[in-house]
Design a protein around this ligand. Structure first.
Ligand code: F6R
Length: 615
């Protein structure tokens, strides 16, 4: 959600900023803008639409020369997406310019106060209020920019990542964060600012991640000074070496990031279990669990908090934790959990699942659980993300950057981590026999090659996609471990193709959705051999009796369902508890191909953001 890029140094700022904004497109946005200082003038250009539109407009309308600049992609919160509401925003004097991610919750009262003091506003945004608040404080108290930003932020309620520039002090950029991520790339006498490290990865591997309630003054050819916004104490910059490389954030010959990421799943799952799944030794090694084993063993229950696809991974975890480790699990939408006064005790273990590690609701749910004494364990993909830092312990998924807005490899690698945890706890608790445990490890080790096999059905799936691309509705059914896969399949279809889709536990069909079934309703049914097979075959019969069109995901070699279904897609056989890792693959490919055939923007579907940093 919203992206920030900035540069200060010796290089031309514009190419770095515009390419950086393109790298952040995956976050989701509806307008974009830049401010460039050419040595004398501050030139601002902004537009509704894509970064490519901005690039064209900049080239036509403002000088692109200059060694300092800031750029922004905006996902509208206050005010519709248009040129005026796009960032950067000027202060009334025209001296200060700001870009901002997040929401200033008390912006209306601040706006009223500033209006009473003679300030005028041209946009509907909370951001324009913030830049004028900074200016007001600066002028009133005759402060330097850094100090004025600090004083102003102490009056603000809400979330932000900001970068501010003063054209009268053109050798520094002031940045600050609370609740929205901000990274600084440290080069030779130059600094890069960005919402994540992807915009500067080819320039430097050294990055500083600003913590919440920190601000920094960044000076060209000099240094970076980090302070706590509240108490003004100085913070020693902690420079991390980035593990990410350029290849990981490029499409590598695929038409879309989503397809690349679908195909990355065999290696991503291997990366997830590497060093953790020790089949020969018969061990699952996970420091985050070992170091806190008493908390897990003494837990009354596990509460999973997450949103969207990560919530679906949490549902799969519920099945495996209860089935194999015999630990009660509750799976909660973070957004509901945080506001419904839930009962949480210090005997609860909370597992927070998040690809981005920045989802605002999940972060708030974690803080709430901690305040009640619960132990919070994070399952995140993005290293160093807010959730990874806010949790007591955790395990990274190591899936590599996921750029496509529709989550794919994040889902399967989250399930892989959660399966490892469940197996480890089951063994320690004595809930699984040693031979069974070893068998599970062996089967899990084979999953990447089986995912590879499942990917071979792509052409067949493309043909099915062509057949059903024009439908208005679609049902997804699954039972047991594959019920969450049905939910995930439906989510994938609706978010990238805009076709209405619903996922249901197959047996629930009779309690309502069956009324929708006629010859125009495709029903995707997950009907693998293990796991209530006979029951799901009966459900398929019921759909057929009502002329529904059946697309069944079956175990390799199944001929029974083939007789009934309009189309079958085979996946290799595995243990029931591991089957979601395979059955989800054809559903990802199906939604991908339908969206491509409908000419939708697969990687950046409308209205969606990759990292949902506002509630
Ligand atoms: C769906 C999707 C979203 C995210 C959700 C949570 O494809 O990507 O539903 O799963 O916004 O995001 P994270 O996992 O980053 O907390």
């Amino acid at each position: 959600m919203c992206g920030i890029v900035g540069y200060i140094g010796q290089k031309e700022a514009f190419p770095i900023i515009i390419e950086g904004l393109k790298r952040l497109e995956y976050r989701g946005y509806d307008s974009a803008g830049v401010a460039l200082f050419d040595g004398n003038n501050l030139n601002v250009c902004k537009t509704k639409g894509k970064v490519a539109d901005l690039e064209e407009k900049v080239n036509k309308s403002i000088p692109t020369h200059g060694n300092i600049g800031i750029g922004h992609t905006r996902w509208a919160t206050h005010g519709v997406p248009n040129d005026v509401n796009a960032h950067p925003h000027y202060s009334n004097s025209g001296d200060l310019v700001i870009i901002h991610n997040g929401i200033i919750e008390n912006y209306e009262s601040l706006r009223k106060e500033l209006t009473a003091r003679g300030y005028e506003f041209t946009s509907d945004t909370d951001t324009e209020v913030l830049v004028n608040l900074i200016e007001d404080v600066k002028l009133k108290e005759n402060l330097k920019l850094g100090k004025a930003v600090q004083v102003a932020l102490n009056q603000v309620i809400g979330a932000y990542a900001i970068a501010v520039f003063d054209k009268n002090k053109p050798d520094e950029i002031v940045i600050a964060r609370l609740g929205s991520p901000l990274a600084v790339g440290v080069g030779d006498n130059e600094f890069f600012i960005a919402s994540d490290a992807s915009p500067f990865i080819e320039y430097t591997k050294n990055a500083i991640y600003l913590e919440d309630e920190e601000m920094a003054i960044i000076r060209a050819n000099k240094d970076i000074k980090i302070r706590k916004i509240k108490d003004d104490s100085l913070v020693d910059p902690y420079v991390q070496e980035l593990q990410m490389n350029l290849e990981q954030i490029e499409k590598g010959g695929f038409d879309h990031f989503m397809l690349k990421e679908i195909y990355e799943q065999p290696s991503a799952i291997r990366d997830t279990y590497r060093g953790r799944l020790l089949v020969k030794e018969g061990i699952v090694k996970m420091a985050g669990i070992n170091d806190n084993i008493e908390r897990f063993l003494n837990a009354d229950r596990i509460i999973v908090v997450a949103c969207g696809t990560s919530w679906h991974a949490g549902l799969v975890a519920e099945y495996i934790f209860e089935d194999i480790a015999r630990i009660p699990v509750e799976v909660e939408y973070a957004s509901e959990f945080r506001y419904r006064n839930p009962v949480i005790t210090n005997k609860d273990v909370v597992i927070a699942i998040s690809q981005s590690g920045e989802t605002a609701d999940t972060l708030a749910a974690i803080k709430l659980a901690k305040s009640h004494g619960a132990f919070v364990f994070g399952v995140c993909n993005v290293v160093g993300s807010s959730i990874a830092r806010e949790t007591h312990a955790g395990a990274y998924t190591h899936a590599g950057p996921e750029i496509g807005v529709a989550s794919t490899k994040a889902f399967t690698t989250q399930i892989t981590v959660l399966t490892l945890i469940a197996l480890k706890l089951a063994k320690i608790k004595g809930e699984i026999s040693l031979p069974e445990f070893r068998h599970h490890l062996q089967e899990l080790e084979l999953i990447p090659e089986k995912v590879q096999k499942a990917l071979e059905s792509e052409d067949h799936i493309k043909m099915i996609a062509n057949k059903y691309k024009d439908v208005r509705n679609c049902l997804y059914l699954g039972r047991g471990y594959n019920f969450p896969v049905a939910l995930e399949g439906a989510l994938k279809l609706k978010e990238i193709s805009y076709i209405h889709a619903e996922g249901y536990p197959a047996a629930e069909m009779k309690h309502g959705p069956i009324a929708l079934i006629d010859e125009n309703m495709p029903v995707v049914v997950i009907a693998t051999k293990k796991g209530h097979y006979e029951k799901i075959v009966s459900n398929i019969e019921e759909i057929k009796a009502r002329q529904g069109k059946i697309i069944a995901v079956v175990t390799e070699g199944d001929t029974n369902v083939q007789r009934l279904a309009d189309y079958v897609i085979e996946v290799p056989e595995t243990l029931e508890c591991l089957s979601p890792l395979l059955t989800t693959i054809p559903l990802q490919l199906l939604s991908y191909h339908i969206a491509v055939l409908l000419d939708k923007n697969v990687d950046q579907p409308r209205n969606l953001a990759k990292s949902v940093t506002v509630e």
